[in-house]
Design a binder for this molecule. Structure first.
Ligand SMILES: [Zn+2]
Length: 124
């Protein structure tokens, strides 16, 4: 512990020195009549601190609204998708539409997936 102490003290001191330089610069600029520079720098610094927080909240809010966790209507495999998009079940590769927080089959239930075969008229 005693070995770490001088290091921490040094770090704290350099931190204080940094802040002192900033405050001195700010005072100097204010005294020369450039207070608006200090204000704008502070506003920019504040924005730089606040914006990531706002962005994080916005992303979380957006994800809560748009990420849908539901079961595949075909194989009951649970996975996540984005609301209002088309997706494919990772388990059975059924094409699905994500709507109102639910996975829906694009092909309506009851439709049997059969490839259309051209009936040759001559065979009749
Ligand atoms: Zn599936």
């Amino acid at each position: 512990m005693s070995q770490n102490f001088p290091k921490i003290a040094q770090l704290n001191f350099s931190g204080i020195g940094c802040w002192l330089t900033l405050i001195l610069t700010a005072l100097l600029l204010t005294s020369v009549g450039l207070g608006w520079v200090v204000n704008s720098v502070l506003i920019v610094l504040g924005l730089m601190l606040i914006l990531p927080v706002i962005a994080l909240f916005a992303v979380q809010w957006w994800l809560r609204r748009n990420v849908v966790e539901d079961q595949c209507p075909v194989c009951q495999y649970q996975f996540t998708g984005f609301n209002g998009t088309m997706s494919r079940c990772p388990n059975c590769s059924e094409p699905l539409k994500i709507e109102n927080g639910k996975f829906k089959r694009i092909t309506p239930p009851g439709t049997i997936d059969v490839e259309a075969v051209d009936v040759d008229a001559s065979s009749q």
